[in-house]
Design a protein around this ligand. Structure first.
Ligand SMILES: Cc1cc2nc3c(=O)[nH]c(=O)nc-3n(C[C@H](O)[C@H](O)[C@H](O)COP(=O)(O)OP(=O)(O)OC[C@H]3O[C@@H](n4cnc5c(N)ncnc54)[C@H](O)[C@@H]3O)c2cc1C
Length: 285
């Protein structure tokens, strides 16, 4: 085992699409570059995410086409699939991608370190093997950490659902006593909020109702995009007509809602469960 120290202009930690592309470009621009990877070159995308899943999807597409082939005048008997063979094909596609990245590293003179990188200071990295032993050390003027996409989206979406939901829920709770609207809630809309075009009593009821229903939907992840849109509209109303000075706070809520509207509620949600069930049912049909 070697425990040497090498000097570089740049060390990239993580060889996913973020890392290996950065390493290649840095090397092309004349920097002495190294990349550290603890698993397989190419990261999640090439080894487990984008590429092998698309290989699996191709199988699903072919199977579906065969199932519908009668429509095209093509008939067959005994259509079956061999799951281990399907997985083997997807792994072979991933292996080929990994080899492609290894080739690109060599072609572009990027030094590869295999192991887990640990920063010891702003310019130094230790490379640790599976047994926990430091097998290499590298110093660099700059270090890029290209591993942050590992934060799963379900976690981000859950945070974006729970925290803004709690804000609206707490606001809703101040307007009710049990199942009834407090008179002070109507007075609030009458005297302080003074929304245009809408009767204060109706506005107070609608607001208290929305501030309870949509947060619940958001937390359980049911009709998430619709709930996020409704709360985004409420945020816009509050920002425009009630508290314009609170734009930084409203901006944070709006950002969470926009993420949910654009990218959905994530895996930990009823919407996701329902979508999976519907997909299974339609595949069986
Ligand atoms: C099932 C699935 C399907 C996907 N499909 C698509 C798609 O179709 N299109 C799309 O655009 N995106 C897709 N993605 C997302 C895509 O995989 C990521 O956006 C992409 O991998 C992010 O690249 P990255 O370089 O930031 O990080 P990653 O690909 O996560 O790579 C980070 C690398 O860093 C390594 N690493 C972490 N810590 C250390 C350390 N301390 N030392 C050394 N190495 C370390 C890891 O082993 C990993 O190889 C999919 C993801 C999944 C899970």
């Amino acid at each position: 085992m070697s425990d040497t120290q090498s000097n570089f202009d740049l060390v990239v930690i993580g060889s996913g699409p973020g890392g290996y592309v950065a390493a290649i470009r840095a090397s092309q621009l004349g920097m002495k570059t190294a990349i550290v990877e603890r698993d397989r070159l190419g990261g999640i995308c090439l080894n487990w995410g984008c590429i092998p899943t698309k290989a699996l999807l191709k199988n699903a597409e072919l199977y579906r086409m065969f199932k519908k082939s009668e429509e095209f005048g093509i008939s067959h008997d005994n259509l079956r699939f061999d799951f281990p063979k399907i997985i083997d094909r997807s792994r072979a596609v991933a292996d080929k991608s990994e080899k492609g990245v290894a080739f690109l590293m060599k072609k572009n003179n990027v030094t590869e370190f295999s192991g887990t990188a640990r920063l010891t200071d702003a310019n130094s990295v230790e490379i640790i093997d599976d047994s926990g032993t430091v097998k290499d050390r590298a110093r660099a003027n700059r270090i890029v950490i290209a591993t942050l996409d590992g934060i799963p989206y379900w976690f981000i979406a859950l945070a974006a659902r729970i925290f803004p939901a709690a804000v609206f829920w707490q606001s809703g709770q101040t307007k009710v006593a049990g199942w009834h609207l407090k008179p002070s809630a109507i007075a609030l809309f009458q005297n302080e909020y003074q929304l245009p075009l809408i009767d204060p009593a109706i506005a107070a009821h609608a607001s208290a109702c929305s501030e309870h229903v949509f947060p619940i939907l958001l937390v359980i992840g049911f009709a998430t995009r619709l709930s996020a849109l409704a709360l985004l509209l409420m945020t816009a109303v509050i920002e425009i007509f009630v508290y314009p000075d609170a734009w930084p706070t409203h901006g944070v809520w709006a950002t969470c809602f926009l993420i949910l509207i654009a990218r959905g509620p994530g895996l930990l949600s009823l919407d996701h469960l329902i979508a999976r069930k519907c997909a299974r049912t339609s595949n069986r049909a």
